[in-house]
Design a protein around this ligand. Structure first.
Ligand SMILES: Cc1cc2nc3c(=O)[nH]c(=O)nc-3n(C[C@H](O)[C@H](O)[C@H](O)COP(=O)(O)OP(=O)(O)OC[C@H]3O[C@@H](n4cnc5c(N)ncnc54)[C@H](O)[C@@H]3O)c2cc1C
Length: 498
């Protein structure tokens, strides 16, 4: 008898959601996580009494009846989360060319707010809002409607670009830049990013936006509690190095200490290309392996985590997105000598004070190439040259931020930084990629990875299946678990959970 029905490799949001759903359905699950902390991008770290989020800074659609609220209810964690609703009058502030524009919460307010700065754009804004709703309404999974004939989403929303869609809404360059101004949330690229990605992500945050007070790891902790309560097993500090076969099926996940974890089925929450490295080359068709290994990934990030002096910097109940120019689509086009081209700034929500921020996070795109020369090093052992590189980058970024907040340097107690190598080493995402696989509206099949793999008892889950972000991963996990318990059965149960 196999020890576990389902072995899940990786405890990112996707792995934990699958373990929650399947253990609830009576499966004997085992989650294996390489780090000492669960959660992947939900991990936090604590310095100088400040809690820093690393990969989930805010979430959307948590009002009653909205999609993430329904998922979290089904997981049994909604009532236990400590949340802070972002400013309804402006949860995102977009800044370029010396002006600031707000994304307000709820479509009516969203439109009213932007009409104040673009009074002639009534029609353009109506077109924009109408289309966002049309795209999202058409997605059965997003609306927890049962699926017929495998119809997940209208193909035209996948193959048309967000950039072209915005051009069709208005001729006003500034308005289009404002509507795309938070595109770092999906590493937007003009000729690649699909309309549905822009629509789904913007819609979810316009519906309602929330910070997680005292850290995003509350989600992973609460999910872990539900898994244990359902009889599941979670192994931390346990790196899976190899998937060991018996005939054409996987029998064991082999850990780096040699231990073998036996299962009937295996779900990998690890990046598909990294998962392929765990499989013997002879066990998988070369063409499949080659395709998975060579799918492009989204860009990575440089992050500065600032500990603020006590009562020196006001808490900002919104996210701030700065762009050096009104061309806000910078993900694949910044030039290293002019870095940073843009940044996102946010103050973390903490339970100590509503008025003062204790910490501040600055995020700016960075390619893997910038740190490639240290790729054979490990955390905290990368050498002085790397430390100098990080210091110089952090100072350059803070210089730019000071143009907006001239007092910032006086408020800094100390700061910490992370690079694409940090993301790579903490989550095993290929080249530290922010959001995993890059989707390309010009060739959607190239980047499509279904949850079912070519190995009969191996499945994928997480951000590479459907979409990144809390909602994208929840939907992707539902697709993975649907392979075991029936997708429509699961959809119905989640839709019924209140
Ligand atoms: C900087 C940044 C900011 C973001 N901000 C937001 C945000 O504000 N809101 C939002 O909704 N989304 C945000 N996202 C996206 C979101 O965090 C991710 O899409 C999502 O959390 C990914 O979850 P996942 O389950 O796919 O994988 P991951 O979180 O990457 O988890 C993978 C897990 O697998 C483990 N693992 C890897 N290899 C092995 C192995 N060999 N053995 C055992 N375990 C292994 C890893 O340690 C990790 O725990 C952000 C992402 C980043 C990087």
């Amino acid at each position: 008898m196999p020890k576990y029905n389902i072995v899940i490799i990786g405890s990112g949001l996707g792995g934990l959601i699958c373990a929650n759903m399947l253990s609830k359905e009576g499966y004997n699950v085992c989650v294996i996580e390489k780090n000492k902390q669960l959660g992947g991008c939900l991990q936090t770290f604590k310095r100088n009494d400040c809690i820093f989020d690393t990969g989930i800074h805010f979430v959307g659609s948590l009002d009653k009846g909205q999609i993430l609220n329904r998922f979290f209810n089904y997981f049994g964690i909604m009532d236990k989360l400590k949340l802070k609703r972002l400013d309804e009058d402006g949860f995102n502030l977009i800044h370029f060319n010396g002006r600031e524009y707000k994304h307000a919460m709820g479509y009516e307010r969203f439109k009213e707010e932007l009409l104040q700065q673009f009074p002639n754009e009534n029609k353009g804004l109506d077109t924009y809002i109408h289309k966002l709703n049309e795209v999202v309404d058409s997605m059965n999974l997003y609306n927890l409607r049962e699926i017929e004939n495998n119809n997940l989403i209208d193909n035209s929303y996948i193959t048309s670009s967000a950039f072209d869609f915005l051009n069709s809404c208005s001729d006003n360059f500034d308005l289009k830049s404002v509507l795309a101004g938070a595109n770092s949330l999906y590493a937007g690229i003009p000729d690649k990013t699909s309309l549905y990605i822009h629509a789904l992500i913007n819609h979810s945050f316009i519906q309602s936006s929330w910070r997680l007070v005292d850290g995003s790891d509350q989600i992973s902790d609460l999910l872990a509690e539900t898994i244990i309560a359902n009889g599941g097993t979670i192994l931390k500090n346990s790196k899976v190095e190899e998937l060991v076969f018996e005939n054409d099926k996987i029998k064991f996940a082999k850990l780096s200490n040699g231990e073998l974890i036996e299962g009937t089925d295996f779900i990998s929450n690890v990046h598909p290309a990294v998962t392929m490295e765990m499989v013997d080359q002879n066990k998988i068709r070369p063409a499949y392996r080659h395709r998975i290994m060579n799918i492009e990934n989204t860009i990575s990030n440089f992050t500065v985590y600032i500990v603020l002096k006590k009562n020196s910097f006001k808490y900002q109940n919104y996210n701030y997105y700065h762009h050096n120019s009104k061309n806000v689509w910078g993900a694949n086009s910044y030039s290293t000598d002019k870095w940073p081209d843009s940044y996102m700034l946010l103050t973390s929500a903490n339970s100590k004070s509503d008025e003062w921020a204790d910490s501040l996070i600055l995020l700016s795109y960075m390619t893997y190439d910038e740190v490639k020369k240290w790729e054979n090093t490990t955390v905290e052992k990368r050498g002085q040259e790397y430390l100098d590189f990080k210091h110089q980058k952090a100072e350059t970024l803070v210089d730019l931020v000071e143009q907006k907040y001239p007092q910032l340097r006086n408020c800094i107690e100390t700061y910490y930084t992370s690079t694409p190598l940090t993301y790579r080493d903490y989550t095993a995402t290929k080249e530290g990629s922010l959001y995993g696989i890059e989707r390309d509206c010009r060739d959607p099949l190239k980047s499509y990875v279904p949850s079912k793999t070519k190995i009969p008892n191996l499945y994928f889950t997480g951000q590479n299946i459907n979409l990144h972000g809390a909602i994208g991963v929840a939907i992707g996990s539902m697709l993975t678990c649907g392979e075991f318990v029936g997708l429509n059965n699961l959809i119905k149960k989640i839709a019924d959970a209140t």
